[in-house]
Design a protein around this ligand. Structure first.
Ligand code: MGD
Ligand code: MGD
Ligand code: SF4
Ligand code: MO
Length: 745
């Protein structure tokens, strides 16, 4: 027991706010915001205080498990598990090729460090295909970004005069530092404006100056009309376009033809309000834009990603305070190159990621190139990917499925082997959600307690698997181990020599770092070894910005990361750096994307409604609410309200269906059917209903009984309901039928 406050971070959303905790008997007994954290500065939302429901969950795994023939599991020791798993994958590689071994996950909202080590094993076994949740949200945006400027952009909302949120509810879902503080500041300041595009009157929309309450799924018309106002009313930043943008003429030609009044009507937004919002964007000294799942998981998603970026590009809101920025990154969230297309369905692989929605079809087939084995690490695709029934059937049919998780999840229950990971408070951890500009931060969290007996941290799991393959001769590592004991400078030199002599070591780089530098790191931090390589790369990629942040070189940055337990600022940029961060050789934004411009033209005759008489309503399956946190918290008692995850419905629809608040309904879609409790609220438009994410996961109580509150959203979604470019699912726009459940309503 210790009464010390120890710094760590919240792991419930991508913000990873710094927190300080007191630990007693392995429990997080006190939790507060960490004022020393360079990004969050003491801020947390309501959820951080509930983190012990993760750490002390009664459903933690404590031993490797092997499935028996009857489907039950037996505990086995680690040596047996590692040997059998390595052997199993090697057999599949030998018989069918390593490329039939598929990797899904690698990190959730708080943990990317473990996944960083998986690459060594996957390369060694010859695996090629991988995916994770980014392939069901961000790959469309990435495809657009890659063509426009070759990087990810982020708004600087704390200084923006106009902030635009497109299908994004940051009051609930956060996603940028100190979100509620920033939103309140904007709302209070008469000189700043907030524009929200959302069919729901969200808590964010309530603070907005302009709420464009689009009909669900019609954002393409709304965004095209907004961009068209900029062109047709001559509100573009001509000097910026001339100096920094290519292809603007092609874009302007298309936007000049957009019938603004007609499109306003089609998306259900008053034309004058829409024009006023566009004018506000045009006259603001700075504009920041955040697009998220409301468009990324809805019809025309990739097109909408393109159109919303026009708002800030046409108005020159780049490379200045309060505007949009191409930030540095400590480690890439996406791989720069993909393999092209998936082996069975030929779906596009964007940023190296197989679209989550095609996973079942890549497995459930007799195609010779089908995926035959899979490793799932820190993800729950049987629950989080469209059409849970199809995903479960696919996973069940694999020749070998290994799941690495802290809990017995819906996915783990389908596995041949389940490996228990130490929790994120029991090992060094970090995320690569380092997306800010001009100050970008990285936080290596130190363990605040020992691993739960029986569990291992992922770097050790991956190292054992690589060792079992026998691909590295340990003698080759000896000089590196010796150099590591002498210090980082000696290590850097020895490293260059070793990798120069044997390029094969480079293929299993995280393994080499863990095995050689890991033992020389301070007690308990061996898992941080891979960060040494990333720190070198960061210092080489952004030398001036890293030095401005106070780090002389890669070794100095790595040492600061190890030493600063509340996180470090790793780059400090100047606004002009944005241009250098454009990857095109001419450092210009390349605005013309011909196929998407064709799509803008085609909007004239495209249908705005995808419902039918059979399924007349639009269901948004997976809304972020005060008590949702993906699938990270399984114990339902973490919620102090919304225990069932109510279906939100408008008063008009409730009356038409004959529902009372708190009544029960049956929701039916093309994929399935479910029952839910209703909450009648005028925040919903008629014809639109919404279910939260994160519900419908089961939890075993101490007495052995099990509860599964709420609806698992993907029992209602379909794999083929997806974007044409990126394959990203339309979870926010599922045609559905809602009926009262007789006798209970
Ligand atoms: N509390 C909480 N916060 C989280 C998470 C969590 O589980 N819980 N998860 C994290 C993760 S992984 C992510 S990706 C982010 C997601 O963060 P958000 O994208 O903000 O979350 P959502 O609530 O899924 O969707 C955003 C909005 O889209 C709106 N919407 C639905 N249909 C449409 C439409 O047709 N057009 C438009 N314009 N909007 C539409 C919804 O009304 C909703 O307000 O949140 C992160 N933060
Ligand atoms: N219908 C619908 N579906 C959706 C969405 C939606 O809005 N609607 N949203 C999508 C989005 S944006 C996202 S990001 C995904 C999220 O879905 P997933 O990618 O499945 O991720 P999480 O729900 O975060 O699951 C994280 C898993 O990691 C485990 N875990 C926690 N800590 C550790 C650790 O230290 N080590 C290991 N090995 N495991 C750990 C948890 O127990 C949990 O099982 O869901 C997607 N699915
Ligand atoms: S849920 Fe997100 S915003 Fe809330 S405290 Fe945790 S990391 Fe911060
Ligand atoms: Mo997400």
């Amino acid at each position: 027991m210790t009464a010390d406050w120890q710094p760590t971070a919240c792991i419930l959303c991508e913000c990873n706010c710094g927190v300080i905790v007191q630990v007693d008997d392995r429990k997080l007994v006190k939790i507060r915001g960490d004022k020393e954290h360079p990004a969050s500065q003491g801020y947390t939302c309501n959820k951080a205080l509930r983190l012990d429901h993760y750490q002390s969950s009664g459903n933690r795994l404590t031993s490797p498990l092997r499935r028996r023939h009857d489907g039950s599991y037996e505990e086995i020791d680690w040596d047996t598990a590692i040997a059998e798993i390595a052997e199993g994958f090697a057999a599949i590689r030998d018989e069918h090729g390593g490329d039939k071994i598929f990797y899904y996950g690698g990190g959730g909202q708080g943990n990317h460090l473990g996944g960083a080590y998986s690459g060594a094993f996957l390369k060694a076994i010859g695996s090629r295909y991988r995916s994770n949740a980014l392939a069901q949200e961000k790959t469309g945006e990435h495809w657009v970004d890659a063509q426009l400027y070759g990087g990810h952009t982020r708004g600087e909302f704390d200084h923006a005069e106009a902030s635009v949120f497109v299908g994004k509810n940051p009051w609930m879902s956060q996603s940028f530092p100190r979100a509620r503080v920033v939103l309140n500041d904007i709302a209070k300041d008469p000189n700043r404006s907030m524009i929200v595009i959302d069919p729901v009157v969200t808590d964010t929309a309530k603070l907005a100056d302009f709420h464009l309450r689009v009909r669900p799924g019609t954002d393409a018309w709304c965004l095209a009309a907004l961009a068209a106002v900029l062109v047709q009313e001559q509100l573009c930043d001509e000097a910026f376009l001339a100096e920094h943008v290519t292809g603007a003429e092609a874009v302007r030609e298309v936007l000049a033809e957009v019938p603004i009044g007609d499109y306003a009507q089609r998306c259900g937004v008053d034309e004058q309000l829409l024009r006023a919002a566009a004018r506000r964007i045009a006259c603001a000294a700075s504009v920041s834009v955040f697009e998220d799942l409301g468009i990324q998981q809805a019809p025309n998603s990739t097109l909408c990603s393109y159109l919303n970026k026009m708002l800030w590009i046409l108005t020159g809101n780049f490379a200045k305070r309060g505007a949009q920025h191409l930030h540095s990154s400590f480690a890439p969230l996406f791989s720069p190159a993909g393999v092209g297309r998936t082996p069975v369905t030929g779906a596009p692989i964007i940023a190296g990621l197989v679209p989550s929605n095609v996973v079942p079809q890549e497995i459930l087939t007799d195609h010779p190139d089908r995926l035959r084995a899979m490793i799932v690490e820190s993800s729950n695709p049987a629950h989080s990917v469209a059409d849970s029934a199809a995903v479960s059937e696919a996973l069940r049919s694999l020749e070998l499925l290994v799941v690495v998780d802290v809990a017995m999840t819906e996915t783990a229950r389908l596995a041949h082997y389940v490996l228990p990971a130490a929790s994120q408070f029991e090992k060094p951890e970090a995320t690569f959600f380092n997306l800010e500009f001009p100050h970008n931060t990285f936080h290596l969290r130190h363990p605040v307690m020992e691993p739960l007996p029986g569990t291992l941290a992922e770097p050790e799991i991956w190292a054992r698997l690589v060792r079992a393959l026998g691909v590295v001769d340990d003698a080759e590592l000896t000089p590196l181990r010796r150099a590591a004991a002498e210090g980082l400078d000696a290590y850097a030199q020895a490293f260059l020599v070793a990798v120069g002599a044997n390029p094969q070591l480079g293929r299993v780089l995280p393994f080499v770092l863990y095995e050689t530098l890991g033992p020389a790191l301070p007690e308990g931090l061996a898992g941080a070894a891979a960060l040494w390589g990333l720190a070198q790369k960061t210092a080489m990629t952004y030398p001036a910005a890293v030095q401005r942040a106070g780090h002389a070189d890669g070794n100095a940055l790595f040492e600061a990361i190890l030493a600063e337990k509340s996180g470090v600022t790793f780059t400090v940029h100047e606004y002009a750096d944005d241009f250098a961060l454009i990857s095109h050789p001419d450092r210009m934004i390349a605005m013309e994307i011909p196929e998407l411009l064709d799509d803008v033209r085609a909007l004239r005759s495209a249908p705005t409604a995808l419902t039918s008489t059979e399924f007349p309503m639009v269901l948004s399956a997976g809304e972020r609410r005060a008590f949702t946190a993906n699938d990270i918290l399984r114990n339902p008692s973490w919620r102090t309200r919304d225990a069932d995850g109510a279906l939100r419905i408008s008063p008009q629809d409730a009356t038409a269906i004959g529902l009372a608040d708190g009544g029960r309904v049956r929701i039916t879609t093309a994929a399935g059917t479910a029952e839910a409790t209703v909450e009648i609220t005028d925040t919903m438009l008629a014809g639109h209903v919404s279910l939260p994410n994160g519900y419908g996961v089961d939890y075993r109580e101490a007495d052995g009984s099990s509860t599964t509150p709420g609806v698992a959203p993907n029992t209602l979604t379909s794999t083929d309901w997806r974007d044409a470019y990126a394959g990203t699912p339309w979870h926010k726009h599922v045609p559905a039928r809602v009926e009262a459940v007789a006798g209970l309503g």
